[in-house]
Design a binder for this molecule. Structure first.
Ligand code: NAD
Ligand code: TYD
Length: 354
C-alpha cells in the first residue's frame, strides 16, 4: 500500500480519489485536518476498504512511526503542507512548523522505517515530495520558464518554507540514500479547491453577488494546471522517476490573473447568468496588492515529458469549464466549507485592502 499525507486537502483528495480509480492498491491517508482538510471531499471513499484515514500530524514522532510499522507502505506521497501565500504573510509560523519541522520529522520517521527494510524493499521504496514552482522565485516578462536547474529564490514565507523542505528531502537522498523524488508544480485548479485561492474564490464570490478582488493591476502571471493532470504526473513519477531527481510539472498555460477572472466570469455568464443579465465582470474590483507579490511563474515541463512521457490531458479551456461546472454542481460542498473560520479569514485578508 501507499501513504498519502495531506490527503484531505485539495490536491491530496483528488490524488486519493484518482489513485483508487486507477489502482486497487490501498491508500492510508494521513491528515491533521487543519482548516484546509475536508473529509467531505473523500465522502465517496467512506465505504471503500481500500481507503484508510488516519488523523495525524506529519510531525508526530509517535503516531507516524506506529502507522509505518502497522501498514508497511512501499511509497509515501507527501502533500501535507500549509499552502496559502496570503496566510503565510499574515501568520508565517504555522508554515515553519508544518512545512519545515513537520517535513523534517516525517523524513526522520521514514528514514527509521526504511532503514529496517530488506535490501529489495529498500531499493523499491519511494518518498515523493510534492513541491511548488514558487521556490524558484519570480520571473520577468521575457525570462525563460523555470527548468529543474533554476536557482531557488523563494520570496514569501510559504515558498521559503517549501524551499527548506525541498532541501531537506534532497539531503536525505544524498546523505542517507533515501529514495526520494521531488515534483515542483505550477498553480493547480479543479474540484475540491478551497475558496481562499484565486479561481474558487472568484467562482464562489461571483455566485454570491460579492466583489471579485484583484490584487494590484491583475497582470501577475501564473501557469495553470488542471489538478487531475498534476495527479497523473505524480503517479508517473512514482512509477518511473529516477530517485534523487526533481521533475517540474506544468500546464503550458501562462495567464495573467485578470484574464483568468474574465474567463471565469464568461463561463458563469453562459452557465448561470445573473438575474439582471449583466456580466459577472461588473463585480470585479481592484484592491491593494499582496506584499512581495511575485510577478510571474512559468514551468518548463520538458524534462518530465521527455524522460517519463507525461503530458497534461486538459487544455485550460477544457479544465476551467469542468471546474466552473463542478462548483455549480457542488454548492453544498461549497456552503459547508464556508464556516465561521473561513469568514474570519476573509475578514482578515480583505478588510484592509482599499
Ligand atoms: P491544501 O492546503 O488544500 O491541503 C493541505 C492538506 O494538508 C490539508 O488537508 C491539511 O489538513 C493537511 N495538513 C496541513 N498540515 C498538516 C500536518 N502538519 N500534518 C498532516 N496534514 C497536514 O493544499 P494543496 O493545494 O492540496 O497542496 C498540496 C501540496 O501541493 C502542498 O505541499 C503544496 O505546497 C503543493 N502544491 C500546491 C499547488 C497548488 O496550486 N495548490 C501547486 C504546487 C504544489
Ligand atoms: P493564489 O490562488 O493564492 O495562488 P498563488 O499565490 O500560490 O499563486 O493566487 C493566484 C494569483 O491570484 C496570485 O497572483 C494572487 C492573485 N489573487 C488575487 O488577485 N486576488 C485574490 O483574492 C487572491 C486569493 C489571489
Amino acid at each position: 500500500m501507499i501513504f498519502v499525507t495531506g490527503g484531505a486537502g485539495f490536491i491530496g483528495a483528488n490524488f486519493a480519489l484518482d489513485w483508487l480509480q486507477e489502482h486497487d492498491e490501498p491508500v492510508v491517508n494521513i491528515d491533521k485536518l487543519t482548516y484546509a482538510g475536508n473529509l467531505e471531499s473523500l465522502v465517496t471513499l467512506q465505504e471503500d476498504s481500500r481507503h484508510i484515514f488516519a488523523h495525524a500530524d506529519i510531525g508526530d514522532t509517535v503516531l507516524i512511526p506506529e502507522l509505518l510499522a502497522k501498514y508497511q507502505p512501499r511509497a509515501i506521497i507527501n502533500f501535507a503542507a500549509e499552502s496559502h501565500v496570503d496566510r503565510s504573510i499574515h501568520s508565517p509560523e504555522d508554515f515553519i512548523q508544518t512545512n519545515v519541522v513537520g517535513t523534517f520529522n516525517l523524513l526522520e520517521s521514514v528514514r527509521a522505517y526504511w532503514s529496517k527494510l530488506d535490501e529489495q524493499e529498500k531499493a523499491d521504496f519511494r518518498f515523493l515530495h510534492v513541491s511548488t514552482d514558487e521556490v524558484y522565485g519570480s520571473l520577468a516578462k521575457d525570462d525563460p520558464a523555470f527548468t529543474e536547474l533554476h536557482q531557488y529564490e523563494p520570496n514569501s514565507p510559504y515558498s521559503a518554507s517549501k524551499a527548506a523542505s525541498d532541501h531537506l528531502v534532497r539531503s536525505y537522498h544524498h546523505t542517507y540514500g533515501l529514495p526520494v523524488l521531488t515534483t515542483n508544480c505550477s498553480n493547480n485548479y479543479g474540484p475540491y479547491h478551497f475558496p481562499e485561492k484565486l479561481i474558487p474564490l472568484m467562482i464562489v464570490n461571483a455566485l454570491a453577488g460579492k466583489s471579485l478582488p484583484i490584487y494590484g493591476d491583475g497582470q501577475q502571471i501564473r501557469d495553470w494546471l488542471y489538478v487531475k493532470d498534476h495527479c497523473s504526473a505524480i503517479r508517473r513519477v512514482i512509477e518511473a522517476g529516477i530517485t534523487g531527481e526533481t521533475y517540474n510539472v506544468g500546464g503550458w498555460n501562462e495567464k495573467p490573473n485578470i484574464e483568468i477572472v474574465h474567463t471565469v466570469c464568461a463561463l458563469l455568464d453562459e452557465l448561470r447568468p445573473r438575474d439582471d443579465k449583466k456580466s459577472y465582470t461588473e463585480q470585479i474590483t481592484f484592491v491593494t496588492d499582496r506584499l512581495g507579490h511575485d510577478r510571474r511563474y512559468a514551468i518548463d515541463a520538458r524534462k518530465i515529458e521527455r524522460e517519463l512521457g507525461w503530458k497534461p490531458a486538459e487544455t485550460f479551456d477544457t479544465g476551467i469549464r469542468k471546474t466552473v461546472q463542478w462548483y455549480l454542481d457542488n454548492q453544498e460542498w461549497v456552503a459547508n466549507v464556508q464556516s465561521g473560520a473561513y469568514r474570519d479569514w476573509v475578514e482578515t485578508n480583505y478588510a484592509d485592502r482599499s
